[in-house]
Design a protein around this ligand. Structure first.
Ligand code: DAH
Length: 340
């Protein structure tokens, strides 16, 4: 009689392997595990067996039932997995992948570096948390000098030794750092973040970027400054740009200058971009003050230099026609996607 159960089991399993849908699985379940299945009937008829066979027969039939129930579950799982795969439509278009883009300030910085690199200016950097000594003292701005008002300063620590710590207000301190480290000749640009205690508006940020420039050598004159800056504005804003230099004041340069370029939007005839004047102010510059040279150990009788400092956001705004400096730091993808 156990052989009969083994046969039932084998036949049911063979049939189950052919079941390929929920309907077929259900039909199989009714046929092999249902009330009128051979197995159920076999179990029911146990009472008619001689007593010594009942126990073995019952155990075998129940074991076969459990096996078939487990097989049914397994088969159901297999079919479910198979249908899940069958529903992947390989002809469907994929999800769109949006390419990342470079930030407009990154693009502008790259352009600036690319302009100065062939002229021999190496890009260097310095610390954003800076000593008063570099941010002011070595730039010929002693403590309590009224020129300090030109830079609204975030102070980090007022009475640190050997001087106050602050967030650098410009990239100019790196001039002193470089000259302290290397003997002349020097030609560097310094891109980096600077900080000012400012109210933010469309043209002011408390955190922004500058690029400093410094060239020191024998026989450097203001003509070198003029030539370098003319080359720069033409490379950045087109070959038709003109440069003009107007007298200004910075403690670390003598003479000091403000450089303006002919407006790239109207070619100098006057428009809203240049406020009608035809000229756009783009940076501060000058000849490095002899005292600055002397304080870092350069002999001002032998060496002269020119320096300049520009706001990167300002250059980017002019280049891309951006009217609010704050757009660079809002991380609004609708804005950022327009670049790169
Ligand atoms: N450091 C100045 C500022 O932030 C800009 C500047 C002016 C830098 C003249 C220079 C320079 O190197 O020569 O306002």
């Amino acid at each position: 009689m156990n052989t009969r159960i083994d046969e039932l089991l084998a036949a049911a399993q063979a049939e189950l392997a052919q079941a390929n849908s929920d309907g077929e699985l259900e039909a199989w379940r009714v046929a092999h595990l249902g009330r009128r299945s051979s197995l159920t009937l076999a179990l029911r008829s146990i009472g008619q067996l001689p007593p010594e066979q009942r126990r073995a027969m019952g155990q075998a039939a129940n074991a076969a039932r459990r096996t078939l129930e487990a097989d049914l579950d397994a088969r159901r799982q297999t079919l479910r997995r198979r249908t899940a795969h069958a529903h992947v439509d390989v002809t469907m278009p994929g999800y769109p992948v949006r390419l990342g883009r470079l930030h407009p300030l990154t693009l502008t910085l790259r352009d600036i570096r690319r302009v100065f690199a062939p002229l021999g200016f190496r890009a260097v950097s310095g610390p954003e948390v800076e000593w008063d000594r570099y941010n002011f003292e070595l730039l010929n701005i002693p403590a309590h000098h009224p020129a300090r008002d030109m830079w609204d300063t975030f102070h980090v620590q007022q009475d640190a030794r050997p001087g106050d710590l602050l967030l650098r207000t410009h990239t100019s301190p790196v001039q002193a750092r470089v000259m302290e480290q290397v003997p002349p000749p020097v030609r560097v640009i310094v891109p980096g973040k600077v900080y000012r205690y400012e109210n933010r508006d469309a043209s002011h940020e408390a955190e922004f970027m500058q690029v400093e420039g410094l060239a020191v050598d024998e026989r450097i004159t203001m003509a070198d400054l003029r030539g370098t800056l003319t080359y720069f504005v033409r490379a950045m804003f087109g070959p038709d740009r003109d440069l003009r230099i107007r007298a200004s004041y910075f403690p670390f340069t003598e003479p000091s200058a403000e450089a303006e370029m002919s407006c790239h939007a109207c070619n100098g005839s006057g428009c809203p971009v240049c406020g009608g004047s035809g000229w756009i102010e783009i940076l501060g510059a000058g000849m490095v003050h002899p005292k600055v040279l002397a304080d870092v150990g350069y002999d001002p009788d032998t060496y002269q230099g020119f320096a300049f400092g520009m706001g990167v956001e300002r250059i980017a705004m002019l280049k891309y026609g951006v009217t609010d400096i704050r757009s660079f730091y809002r991380n609004d993808l609708r804005f950022l996607r327009q670049f790169g």
